[in-house]
Write a protein that binds this ligand. Sequence first.
Ligand code: APR
Length: 320
Amino acid sequence: MARPKIALIGAGQIGGTLAHLAAIKELGDVVLFDIAEGTPQGKALDIAESGPSEGFDGTFKGTNDYADIAGADVCIVTAGVPRKPGMSRDDLLGINLKVMKSVGEGIKEHAPNAFVICITNPLDAMVWALQQFSGLPTNKVCGMAGVLDSARFSHFLATEFNVSMKDVTAFVLGGHGDTMVPSVRYSTVGGIPLPDLVEMGWTTQEKLDAIVQRTRDGGAEIVGLLKTGSAFYAPATSAIEMAEAYLKDQKRVLPCAAYCDGEIGVKGMYVGVPTVIGANGIEKVIDIKLNKEEQEMFDKSVDAVKGLVDACKGIDSSLA
Ligand code: APR
């Protein structure tokens, strides 16, 4: 059986890391596409040359021609511009919307059966636009944010409790922005919900609140440190987790920006929700129950995403 084909649209910091991870995990043959001449070709060759030492098989091709993504099983989209210090993800809207248009058209023409994972920011609006421009079914187009935000939350919790991150389950709902909702009630250490851990005296409410805020600011913290770009190792790892769930039909329960059709009170929009990812793409959006306070925070986040989607419609009338 032929190896799966993985097309990476955007061969920058995240794109290159995605290619390297896909190689090491032997997920399939990789095509790196970018508008910059030489960058995808150079990265593809560099990664292929790491194969003999690491011992992986697979082919790696860099290209500036969409025809080379033909028949891809998975497309991971990072094309666009990342944040600089002082910028919010939303500041990227106008530039990256144009990029989504060309990427959507490229995927529509050459890889209409792919499972598409968008990473480009502002995420929730860009994945919506990408689905519109590509015309692919909504269950085959999703956005990577929840896995990353949850990984950041888990990392901070594992550090606070001084336990293995394997025993921490954390998840984050809502848009991938300042209004995201790290779900305290549904996050656990060894199966024990975080509010119970506060009651048991293992941590304090103040410390937990600070961790929640640090999670919300997780991307900005990295941008502030790097100064010349945004995070790429953890975002790439998160997207690979989603791609692997699809390619291996793992039926993983992962939070991601998925199209909601009434779940958690959201209709006709992309926003961060818990999903099941398997061979049919987003196989299910889990309609979890939120309490009043959580629902208010979630609704506020959904409103922020709605504002960005409306702004997209204002910029490109074909989206209205
Ligand atoms: N088509 C294809 N590639 C494009 C296009 C386009 N129209 N426009 C830009 N690119 C490429 C750039 O040439 C660059 O190589 O996208 C790549 C982006 O890479 P980086 O600038 O290194 O950005 P990265 O850190 O990988 O982040 C990409 O993901 O997390 C988000 O906010 C982040 O939107 C940003 C995206």
